[in-house]
Design a binder for this molecule. Structure first.
Ligand code: SF4
Length: 321
């Protein structure tokens, strides 16, 4: 019988921005008590959202669904300035859990817009992060939804054009889009540092390392999670014979494993560790007991909780003392 093994890509799962956003909702529930309103999914993961709902978080699509004066948390994907204004108009107590690396892109967008550039934002049309970033400079930003969109871009002055991107894209596909943009606009300005975040890059790098040796790669993540979807594509592009996205271990179809000797496992940046452990347990139940970790890099990034929440946590501790 051939050996059945699992290659576990590292890093996988939670990034610093997701950890911060999920903790922000948990701490808000501790400090203010339920209900705590959350505008949009705090992160794109079904399990995380359901777990927080069970603790008293109420997920809404927009501020008008939040009672006046209540606490609302903005998701890790970031919001347009008008979302802050509409919250202020309803006297909402806001906790902004926008990932600091998304805020960095917002700042770049505002700076390029202030210098009168047209900004070509590479990203998925309609994705919450893209909507939030576009809102920073709506008159200046054009969304470029992949290399195929480049030909249709129109700008005011081809000599004053800059590109930015969503944080969770495929690194390789984004670079293709940038190359095509540069062919059309040779004076194209780049962001001062990578917009695709460290967590997205590291998870893609790690899955690229395991994929060529894998018959099947299981990506744990939700269907609306951009970085999880990209991991599946990157795995296939890097040589995995098949790759599947699952929210939960029970969604692994036994037939995927029938011809497999080596199964790769990774998880998107919004996936808690327990869901990956469940997948490893299920694979072990099918004889895949030999698990080797393949580490692309070690991550040490940690973000502090939103400032407005830290102040209230301190106050509630003082009251308890
Ligand atoms: S994936 Fe990147 S940008 Fe998104 S929350 Fe995580 S660290 Fe922040």
């Amino acid at each position: 019988m051939s050996p059945k093994r699992v290659l576990l890509a590292r890093p996988h799962g939670y990034c610093a921005g997701v950890d911060r956003a999920v903790q922000a909702v948990e701490k808000a529930l501790d400090v203010y008590g339920p209900p705590v309103y959350v505008r949009k999914e705090i992160v794109h993961n079904r399990h995380v959202v359901e777990t927080l709902k069970a603790r008293g978080a109420v997920f809404v699509e927009d501020n008008h669904e939040v009672p006046e004066g209540a606490v609302v948390v903005f998701s890790a994907h970031g919001v347009a300035p008008e979302v802050h204004s509409s919250a202020a108009a309803r006297a909402l107590r806001t906790i902004d859990a926008t990932c600091p690396l998304v805020t960095k892109v917002h700042n770049e967008a505002r700076r390029f817009a202030a210098e009168d550039y047209d900004i070509l934002l590479i990203g998925h049309q309609g994705h919450e992060e893209v909507v939030g970033t576009t809102g920073q400079a709506p008159d200046r930003i054009h969304v470029v939804d992949g290399p195929q969109d480049v030909a249709g871009v129109t700008v005011r002055d081809p000599a004053k054009v800059a590109w930015l991107s969503q944080t969770t894209l495929s690194v390789d596909e984004t670079m293709q889009a940038v190359e095509r943009l540069r062919e059309r606009f040779p004076l194209l300005q780049s962001p001062p540092s990578d917009d695709i975040c460290y967590a997205t890059q590291n998870r893609q790098q790690a899955v690229k390392q395991i994929a060529p040796s894998c018959d099947v790669v299981v990506v744990v993540g939700s269907g609306n999670s951009s970085n999880s979807l990209r991991l599946r594509e990157v795995a296939l592009g890097a040589g995995a014979r098949a790759a599947y996205l699952v929210d939960f271990a029970h969604q692994i179809d036994e037939t995927w494993l029938l011809e497999a000797d080596t199964v790769g496992v990774t998880a998107g940046a919004s996936v808690p560790a327990g869901l990956v452990e469940d997948v490893l347990d299920r694979l072990a139940g099918h004889g895949f007991t030999d698990v080797s970790e393949v580490a692309a890099t070690r991550e040490t990034t940690v973000f502090a909780l939103p400032q407005e929440l830290r102040a209230d946590i301190r106050r509630s501790r003082t009251r308890e003392d």
